[in-house]
Design a binder for this molecule. Structure first.
Ligand SMILES: Cc1cc2nc3c(=O)[nH]c(=O)nc-3n(C[C@H](O)[C@H](O)[C@H](O)COP(=O)(O)OP(=O)(O)OC[C@H]3O[C@@H](n4cnc5c(N)ncnc54)[C@H](O)[C@@H]3O)c2cc1C
Length: 456
């Protein structure tokens, strides 16, 4: 018969072995948690080495070789969005609301990308001027997010007479994105870094990603590349441009409402940063040098150098009359990468076309104007579609525009609206059994309008 040991007997035995105090603390802590929350398996259970097949890279002839290996497919979905920044968030919500089974993979633990993780808080280009009238071009999923943020005091809108671009609180934005993603029924995989694509001939069938659980795959009928850096279309071999751009690091100062601004001004400090919904906090943008955003040595160097100079500047501010209460509240968790890869799309939108407000039969969004000084610029569907690669749609800051238009295209409002369009298009492609490049444009525009988007 099996001999069972009581908890008391076990503790006595462990105390005799000299493990009493450590175990006693552990036991008290365990007993404090409710029974349902206690783990069902022993915490220190060892995984037998044979249970998990290992495929380490090997050295062969002085080279590192990754052997062929099967991958577990953990999800099969209709629309897969890679990247949960502004574009990916809007794409996932739009696709799911349009009735497509939708999953989203994000390398960090929250949504928002540069918006929340990069602390880029001012949503520029939300409006344009049409015949002297102010028009809100950021509608649909992105517009709804901002409306919902302002209802929970997570955004300030119209903070100056001619300032139409809302400023948002990063934590409120993360919270509301979570809410909208959950409500839409999107299946989310956080802490998963997409490292490759799954191809079947020339067609993308899914992605391969890395996580703490190892390397796994997700299959999908359409994949939306909302990584900002075009990681998916580049891995699939789509034509694209490489671009250098300024890499900065945004940071925030605390106790801003206690600083003596007059004294600081008298000492040559014109501004301590831009306003936020929290009156005690200011955010400070940093442009940084223009360099290769895909070069890890550069990313490492800039991350550390920016952080050092930000720290030193904050200490200098604290030594100025009026600056004493200020402190460095936070440097952004994400380095401020602006542009790296741009898709070579079936259509390229140029700055000239945008400034002329050229209209297109396949318009799927309208870009706004910085400070709403000029008219909106229709964005055609073709800038989201790779020239030859199938079943992939791009959205956000990596879409196909010319060099001069990059500065307008990469702003938050355009990333939200192109994301929305990509999500709706992907859902429509799945529902109608067509390739993304073949979706019926009239149907897509109707779907976008039903979802509240602004098309001019
Ligand atoms: C310093 C700085 C200041 C700026 N200032 C402003 C401003 O004041 N106003 C404004 O409107 N815009 C501003 N911008 C521009 C704007 O923030 C970005 O262009 C916008 O956030 C881009 O959105 P996105 O969704 O395309 O990409 P991102 O915001 O970069 O989001 C991409 C998402 O994909 C995830 N991801 C990337 N690769 C992978 C992968 N391989 N696997 C899984 N997930 C992945 C990322 O973690 C991220 O969540 C600024 C940008 C920077 C860098």
């Amino acid at each position: 018969m099996k001999q069972l040991m009581t908890r008391r007997q076990l503790l006595r035995l462990l105390a005799a072995a000299g493990l009493g105090p450590a175990i006693a603390q552990r036991t008290v802590a365990d007993l404090a948690s409710p029974a349902a929350a206690r783990p069902k398996i022993a915490e220190n259970q060892l995984a037998p080495p044979s249970n998990r097949p290992c495929y380490p890279a090997v050295m062969r002839d002085g080279r590192v070789i990754q052997p062929e290996r099967p991958l577990a497919v953990i999800e099969e979905t209709e629309v897969l969005v890679v990247g949960g920044g502004p574009a990916g968030f809007a794409a996932a919500v739009a696709a799911a609301r349009a009735g497509a089974r939708t999953a989203l993979v994000e390398r960090y633990g929250y949504f928002g990308g540069q918006w929340t993780g990069g602390l880029v808080l001012l949503v520029i280009s939300s409006h344009a001027r049409e015949d002297g009238r102010l028009v809100k071009v950021l509608q649909g999923v992105g517009g709804e997010l901002l409306d919902r943020l302002s209802k929970i005091d997570g955004a300030i809108v119209h903070h100056k007479p001619d300032q139409f671009n809302p400023t948002t609180d990063p934590e409120a934005t993360k919270f509301m994105m979570d809410e909208m993603i959950r409500e839409a029924g999107v299946k989310v995989f956080l802490h998963c870094w997409v490292a490759d694509v799954v191809m079947e001939g020339p067609v993308v069938r899914g992605v391969v990603f890395e996580s703490k659980a190892g390397r796994q795959a997700i299959l999908a009928r359409v994949v939306i590349d909302a990584t900002g850096d075009g990681d998916v279309f580049a891995a699939a071999g789509a034509e694209h441009e490489r671009r250098f751009h300024a890499i900065g690091l945004v940071h925030r100062l605390g106790n801003a409402d206690r600083a003596g601004l007059e004294s600081l001004r008298a000492n040559g400090i014109k501004s301590i940063g831009s306003i936020e919904p929290l009156p005690a906090v200011k955010w400070i943008n940093l442009r940084g040098p223009s360099t290769d955003c895909l070069d890890i040595a550069e990313l490492t160097r800039l991350e550390m150098e920016h952080r050092r100079s930000i720290w030193l500047r904050a200490q200098q501010l604290r030594q100025k009359p009026g600056g004493e209460p200020l402190f460095l509240l936070q440097t952004a968790p994400q380095l401020g990468v602006r542009i790296s890869r741009l898709l070579a799309g079936v259509q390229q939108l140029t700055y000239e076309e945008a400034r002329q407000g050229r209209s297109f039969p396949n318009t799927i969004a309208v870009g706004g104007a910085q400070n709403a000084h000029h008219r909106g610029w229709p964005i055609p569907y073709g800038v989201l579609i790779p020239r030859t690669l199938d079943q992939v749609i791009a959205a956000g800051r990596c879409i196909c525009v010319d060099e001069k238009l990059i500065e307008d295209m990469r702003l938050l409002a355009s990333c939200l609206t192109t994301g929305h369009a990509a999500g709706a298009a992907a859902a429509l492609a799945v529902k109608t059994g067509r390739r993304p490049r073949e979706v019926d444009i009239a149907q897509l525009q109707q779907l976008l309008l039903r979802q509240g988007a602004y098309l001019g």
